[in-house]
Design a protein around this ligand. Structure first.
Ligand code: PMP
Length: 401
């Protein structure tokens, strides 16, 4: 049975003992014991590489490694584990789509629509491929509610539009655009949709079939898993048509001086020894999450963000960039530089992030040079909110004349 008990959940995260008040889970989540132990066991007990050796230990490892692909497919309701490509994370997955799907298909004058709310990871790969092919990147502007304004999509989409790049959840405002509306409109115009799930995955793993998502990317480290591993989901008919971008061992079936033949999907996109430890760690995270009531956990962390926002709103000059009912709270104070504030908060043992959050176009649209961002997770508590507010009060006393 799935449950969520805040104290029990919190007790699974040894890093909390050392991390002070950790409010930076949107950058990366802390790791539960289940992931730490699985990773340690992998390094202490496993022998051999995957997909290469015949001895029993290596074969067992390969089975575990491939079973993890099925676990990711189950999480996303993808039709098969074969639709899941291992990558280093979201950034690499989106670059893979830009280089292996978009680059060979884009013609000069073709268009890629990118929402103004995107993280650089779902932005720069499209600028790069546009430069390489003569295609154009078209802005889907931010609306007043800090969400990409989907009502503008019909006038932007046309027969030249080949791709729509959209985040499931903004890493600044926490906003979640209506994916059904966006995908339906893009498909009607014949475009494929790249959904950046880096932030969304931990809050609401999508049903890629129900949403009819073409490509979806996420990173394990934002889902309680290890760094350096993530996944790309792609519709099988799209992945099948794509050639690899990295060449090397295990992505081919035959090589000679005349050329090479590639492996079927997904292996053709996975040249070289993969991040086996990362895959084992991610699969431990997914197994551990199976017992957690994610909806309850999400409601709890949103509640903490709401509480923090309500407390801080009583301080003069406070401005929130929080969208909808999110567990992310981006904010600033009039006349206070975010870097000064974050430095004082760090000295007070509050771990959060300030700056542009790898989203310069979004920050430009918001009209600010940077913000502070407190991101709440289910291992946070009300006393973390109190500590944040107290530390901000102390900082304001120093920073405001
Ligand atoms: N997109 C969003 C919305 C993100 O928040 C992040 C991570 N900050 C990324 C993409 C990139 O993820 P990664 O660095 O793990 O590749």
């Amino acid at each position: 049975m799935k449950t969520f008990n805040p104290a029990q959940f919190r007790s699974q995260f040894p890093a909390l003992a050392d991390a002070g008040v950790y409010l930076d889970s949107a950058a990366t989540t802390l790791k539960p014991l289940a992931v730490i132990e699985a990773t340690q066991q992998f390094y202490s007990l496993s022998a051999g590489n995957v997909h290469r050796s015949q001895f029993a230990a290596a074969q067992r490892l390969t089975e575990r490694y491939e079973a993890a692909r099925d676990s990711v497919a189950t999480l996303l309701n993808a039709p098969s584990g074969k639709d899941i490509v291992w990558t280093r994370g979201t950034t690499e997955a989106i670059n893979l789509v830009a280089q292996c799907y978009a680059r060979p298909r884009l013609q000069p004058g073709d268009e890629i629509i990118v929402s103004e709310a995107e993280h650089h990871a779902n932005f720069v790969p499209w600028l790069m491929v546009a430069e390489q092919t003569g295609a154009k990147v078209i802005k889907l502007p931010l609306g007043k509610d800090y969400l990409a304004d989907l009502s503008k999509l019909p006038e932007l989409l046309n027969e030249r539009t080949k791709i729509l790049a959209l985040g499931q959840m903004s890493n600044v405002t926490g906003g979640c655009p209506d994916l059904v509306k966006a995908i339906t409109a893009a498909h009607a115009a014949g475009a494929v949709v790249m959904v950046d799930g880096a932030q969304g995955i931990v809050h609401c793993p999508p049903d890629v079939q129900a949403l009819d998502i073409d490509f979806y990317a996420f990173s394990a480290h934002k889902l309680y898993g290890p760094t350096g591993i993530g996944a790309l989901y792609g519709k099988s008919e799209l992945l099948e048509e794509m050639s690899p971008w990295l060449g090397g061992g295990k992505m081919i079936t035959h090589v000679s001086f005349e050329g090479f033949k590639t492996q079927p999907v997904p292996y053709r996109f996975e040249a070289g020894t993969p991040n086996v430890a990362g895959v084992i760690g991610l699969s431990a995270a997914l197994e551990w999450l199976e017992s957690v009531d994610l909806q309850e956990a999400e409601a709890y962390s949103r509640g903490l963000a709401t509480l923090a926002e309500a407390q801080l709103a009583k301080r003069p000059g406070f401005r929130s960039f929080r969208c909808q009912d999110s567990s992310l709270l981006a904010f600033d104070f009039t006349g206070v530089h975010h870097n000064d504030m974050v430095t004082l908060l760090a000295e007070a043992g509050i771990s959060l992030r300030a700056g542009q959050h790898c989203a310069q176009p979004l920050l430009a649209a918001l009209g600010v040079s940077g913000t502070l961002r407190a991101s709440f997770a289910p291992y946070n508590t009300q006393s973390d909110v109190d500590a944040l507010v107290k530390a901000i009060d102390n900082a304001l006393e120093i920073l405001v004349d």
